[in-house]
Design a protein around this ligand. Structure first.
Ligand SMILES: [Fe+2]
Length: 221
């Protein structure tokens, strides 16, 4: 994945590393993971010099009522925190946790909403969450899971997400290159440049995201 990144990603891109953390992890474990992530970031910065920028954040699995480690995993210089839940989480539980995060002064970016039953049952819930200040990030990886692909496509097609991320776990996974761009542009009504450029840039600049669905960004064919 790394060796082919130079050719496959546009120069000037920013790659955010989001290794997994859980809110129930011990402080020492989190500190160790952070160290490794930042070390890797530095190696990549050296390798790709000024062509690609790298940042270290995290994907925080929220377990139980703990909201620990948001400070360590937030996108650097911003209040945005990428959060995930067990796929069986209920709508009420999700809503309560997201409200608690907002009350703490952070902005939750909901990772792969297409994997939650509450979203597949009623995706309009993402509209409510976007009005509260949450972001919705569809994972390209979900397109390869039979269980989640249709929901992921639906969210992308109708503007129910702010961003598309690779969620790459291994070199075999999709990354945000031209082949994925062609695939997404084949069905999404929201331009690729919005999902992978304009709106992610708002996050990196610690700005609010627009309300969903993204009807104002509809593509004129
Ligand atoms: Fe995840």
């Amino acid at each position: 994945m790394i060796s082919s990144m130079r050719d496959r990603l546009e120069s000037g891109s920013t790659v955010v590393f989001t290794p997994h953390y859980t809110s129930s992890m011990g402080d020492m474990v989190v500190a160790g993971k952070r160290r490794i992530s930042i070390q890797f970031q530095k190696q990549m910065e050296e390798k790709f010099k000024e062509q690609i920028s790298f940042l270290s954040a995290g994907e925080l699995m929220l377990r139980g009522s703990s909201l620990k480690h948001m400070e360590e995993v937030r996108y650097p210089g911003t209040g945005w925190v990428l959060v995930e839940f067990d796929t069986t989480v209920s709508w009420i539980e999700t809503l309560i946790q997201l409200k608690r995060i907002l009350r703490k002064g952070y902005y939750p970016l909901i990772a792969h909403p297409e994997r939650y039953r509450w979203c597949r049952q009623n995706r309009n819930r993402l509209i409510k969450l976007s009005r509260m200040g949450c972001g919705s990030v569809v994972s390209a990886r979900s397109l390869r899971f039979k269980k989640y692909a249709a929901a992921a496509r639906g969210l992308l097609t109708d503007g129910f997400c702010h961003c598309l991320c690779s969620d790459a776990h291994s070199p075999k996974d999709l990354i945000l290159d031209n082949s994925l761009k062609d695939r997404i542009q084949g069905f999404s009504t929201v331009p690729w440049s919005v999902l992978t450029g304009e709106l992610p840039e708002l996050i990196l600049n610690d700005m609010k995201l627009p309300e969903l669905p993204l009807i104002t960004h509809r593509k004129s064919r």
